[in-house]
Design a protein around this ligand. Structure first.
Ligand code: PHE
Length: 341
């Protein structure tokens, strides 16, 4: 029996040492130390021993058991260390490998210009409004004092959804003036950028979809001087100190008096060139003092309150800001063009 135990011990120790992973180690533990393992089998034979041999043999078995348990523990530690070593090697990070540079897009030049415009007006205490592109004819025309039969209402100019001309793609951002008057407390200072739609053929300066920025102030004692001062400041902030502007008389149904503001051409400095079509000036916006009838229709007393409004073409502004010669470049989204800004 002694020999049997010694043999088990020797065999087990050498096998444990060779266990290559924790599963193999566990299998060996069960084989030698488990309930149905080899040592337990030996213990079961103890009945055949003499009374004085029995305790000695028991002690021996316990010793062997303890040394096998220690061997299992030691081998398990060894395997764990080896596994960790292996993982550390495998997961080693070479920080000297050059990284992959993600290709990042950036803002469209027109939106860069819009952000600058917003900054300028927010700095003067204006709120930025957003409004619907599908608009009611009532707000786009009636409430803006454009009488039935006004040329801007013509089907050759405007995209209507119905024959009653009730719903349309807005042809200007000016209905936002009405929406602001209807929903905000006085005094009001707002700008409202957005898309507008007109039945125009595409050329170097026209597109059936383009962008405007509407601006409006209603307060007490507001005058044309405030309008000119604000718009001249806008031009200088956007295009640089010393930018030359001019105001020409014009007509809009919803402002009186009305004007258009031009900026001196950036290409020729006012001499005349293809970019400004020989004019020396680029038309940037329409503006004027809000018509008393428009205020009245919104329930605002024109004897107490006055205001001004403007509507500027955003594409044109971006073209002037970034010296872009052709409107189509703004919409074509050719990356080679856009990357320059
Ligand atoms: N809505 C006018 C246009 O599209 C511009 C404008 C806005 C004029 C506000 C005066 C006041 O031409």
């Amino acid at each position: 029996m002694k020999e049997q135990i010694a043999k088990i011990k020797a065999e087990a120790l050498s096998a444990l040492e060779k266990a290559a992973d924790s599963a193999a180690l566990d299998e060996l533990r069960v084989k030698y130390l488990g309930k149905k393992g080899e040592l337990t089998a030996v213990l079961k034979q103890m009945g055949s021993l003499s009374a004085e041999e029995r305790p000695k043999m028991g002690q021996l078995v316990n010793e062997v058991k303890a040394s096998l348990e220690a061997a299992v523990e030691a081998q398990s530690k060894k395997l764990e260390a080896a596994a960790l070593e292996h993982r550390l090697k495998k997961e080693a990070l070479d920080v000297t490998v050059p990284g992959k540079v993600p290709v990042m897009g950036h803002k469209h030049p027109m939106y860069i210009a819009l952000d600058e415009i917003k900054e300028i007006f927010i700095g003067m205490g204006f709120t930025v409004l957003d409004g619907p592109e599908i608009e009611l004819g009532e707000l786009n025309f009636d409430r803006l004092n454009a009488e039935p039969g006004h040329p801007s209402r013509d089907w050759s100019d405007t995209f209507y959804f119905d024959t009653d001309e009730r719903v349309m793609l807005r042809s200007q951002t000016s209905p936002m003036q009405v929406r602001a008057m209807d929903s905000m407390e006085l005094p009001i200072r707002i700008i409202a950028p957005g898309r507008v739609y007109r039945k125009d053929e595409v050329d170097a300066t026209h597109s059936p979809m383009f962008h405007q920025v509407e601006g409006m102030v209603i307060d007490k004692n507001v005058t044309m001087a405030d309008l000119k001062g604000t718009l001249n400041l806008l031009a200088e902030e956007l295009f640089g100190k010393g930018t030359v502007t001019r105001f020409r008389p014009h007509h809009f149904p919803f402002t009186e008096p009305s004007c258009e503001m031009d900026v001196q051409c950036h290409k020729c400095g006012g001499v005349g060139c293809p970019t400004c079509k020989g004019e020396g000036w680029i038309e940037l916006l329409g503006a004027g003092m809000i018509h008393p009838r428009v205020l009245e229709m919104a329930g605002i007393d024109p004897n107490e309150w006055s205001g001004w409004a403007f509507g500027m073409g955003l594409e044109r502004t971006a073209m002037r800001r970034f010296k872009i010669a052709d409107l189509r470049l703004i919409f074509e989204n050719d990356v080679r063009f856009l990357e320059q800004f």
